[in-house]
Write a protein that binds this ligand. Structure first.
Ligand code: BG6
Length: 481
């Protein structure tokens, strides 16, 4: 570990993400001895807090969200790393105070991570204000900025934010977060594909019939209407989490497991996406959404989306990738189902279901993390086959290991300077190029597929099933109990 002090400045420390995720993740890394020494965590916020208020806040956060790993002795050490600095985010005149506070900790020679966990409309201000005081300059230790999602509201705003970021930080100093990449099972897609030999030869259009990505949530909009009603599912989930899962599944093997090699391949996938036809999209809104507090009574914000997307390259040409995500759905599940083609010739009787099912590889991202492989097997004492699952469950395979929260991994990677699991500037823009035309195509366009309502507790509107039926495909779900 470095003996240069490392300062982590959390902008928005009074907010929900810091309380639920960032403070517990830092604490967990700290007690595992994975954070650098000496470590200082500076909470930055608009409120008139003292160090003691921040310490109380952190204490409460750990009791609520890190109870299983909380202990008094570790807390006693951890609390000594904490201090608070007040800043009014858009006001440059309040930054010298922050600079002084940070410099006082280390005379300006520390490594510094600025974590922006604030409302996105302030990203640009904060970055420019840090830049104006030379706080991004690496004249001693490193300086890095972690930027939460959403990065931009559309392609244009993402480009303008990228320009602002690059006027202050080099790309190598920037860590754009998509917390799905920090999930163990998402990272395992790479291990599964590239640490084994058996999958790669069949991972292409000759053997795969279609790929399905489902990210379903049971929760509704809750108290987040102020943000969500402006965003909707395309900006909130598809532009980032679903397209990231898709790139991990579809990318070519990178030449090395490093940030550049990996992200080069992911960007190529996104750039090869064919423009999605509006008739290949479905949008939905769960019943009752418009009555939620903070939602406009005539809101046309989709809480569900499904789409069919093609990747125009040699590996995937004309193989549909179906993506769907929604709130208020029947079960919380994130899974990728890779459906293989039928055998070219059948010598056996049909299966119980009257069909030769196709083999399916299911990557269960959450919950009940694991991998299932559906194969056809002969039913004993009968001459027909049945689909059965070979299942890997993390809880059985990795008994001694915990599944760390995604933020734990990502914070550590940012501290260690490993950007592999973060989104590069060109990558984020490529993702916006895919979703922007869909969002724009839906807006006030009589020819666009209509908004469908769906019952809370369902799998979304029937139109999402019809989207697949056109190709004689059906949504498949594994990983459910
Ligand atoms: C966030 C979205 O990025 O991801 C939320 O803003 C969503 O709307 C959340 O609920 C889902 O994350 P997870 O880790 O619970 O699947």
């Amino acid at each position: 570990m470095s003996d240069r002090p490392t300062v982590i400045a959390i902008f928005g420390v009074t907010g929900d993400l810091a309380r639920r995720k960032l403070i517990p993740a830092l604490y967990s890394n700290f007690i595992k001895g994975r954070t650098p020494e000496p470590l200082r965590i500076v909470g930055v916020g608009r409120r008139d807090w003292s160090d003691a208020t921040l310490i109380d806040h952190a204490h409460q956060s750990l009791k609520n969200y890190a109870a299983p790993i909380y202990d008094e002795r570790s807390w006693d050490r951890f609390r000594q790393t904490l201090s608070y600095s007040k800043v009014n985010l858009p006001q440059p005149e309040t930054y010298p105070n922050l600079k002084d506070d940070l410099d006082a900790l280390d005379k300006g020679y520390s490594n510094r991570l600025y974590y922006l966990s604030i409302a996105p409309e302030f990203y640009q201000d904060v970055i420019c204000n840090l830049g104006a005081l030379g706080m991004a300059r690496e004249n001693g230790g490193w300086r890095r900025a972690v930027i939460e999602k959403p990065f931009g509201y559309n392609l244009e705003t993402a480009q303008s934010l990228n320009r602002a970021v690059h006027s202050v930080f080099n790309e190598s100093q920037v860590y754009r977060i998509d917390h799905y990449l920090g999930k163990e099972t998402a990272q395992n897609i790479l291990f599964m594909r590239f640490a084994n030999t058996i999958f790669e030869p069949i991972w292409n259009r000759s053997h795969i019939s279609n790929v399905q990505v489902t990210v379903a949530e049971t929760v509704d909009v809750g108290t987040r209407a102020g943000y969500y009603d402006r965003s909707g599912v395309m900006r909130d989930m598809v532009q980032n989490h679903l397209l990231q899962l898709l790139s991990l599944i579809a990318m070519e093997p990178p030449s090395a497991f490093d940030a550049d090699a990996l992200r080069n391949e992911k960007v190529k996938v996104l750039q090869a996406a064919r423009a999605v036809k509006l008739e290949d999209t479905v949008r939905g809104q769960y019943d009752g959404y418009r009555r939620a507090e903070g939602v406009a009574p005539d809101s046309t914000t989709p809480t569900f989306a499904a789409l069919k997307l093609f990747i125009d390259n040699w590996r995937w040409k004309d193989i549909p990738f179906y993506l769907r995500s929604g709130k208020g759905m029947r079960q919380k599940t994130t899974q990728v189902n890779i459906q293989f083609k039928r055998p070219p010739n059948s010598i056996f009787e049909l299966t119980e279901s009257g069909d030769y099912s196709r083999n399916m590889l299911s990557i269960c991202i959450q919950p009940d993390e694991g991998i299932h492989l559906t194969i056809e097997a002969k039913i004993p004492d009968q001459q027909i086959a049945k689909s059965v699952d070979m299942e890997l469950h993390y809880e059985n395979a990795f008994v001694a290991e915990d599944l760390p929260d995604a933020y734990e991994r990502l914070l550590l990677d940012a501290i260690n300077g490993d950007a592999a699991l973060f989104i590069r500037g060109d990558e984020i823009e490529s993702a916006w190029k895919i979703v922007d035309p869909i969002i724009e195509g839906w807006a006030g366009n009589p020819a666009a597929p209509p908004m469908r309502s769906y019952h809370q507790g369902s799998w979304g509107p029937a139109a999402a099933d019809e989207l697949l039926e056109r190709e004689e495909h059906i949504w498949r779900l594994s990983c459910l109990h």
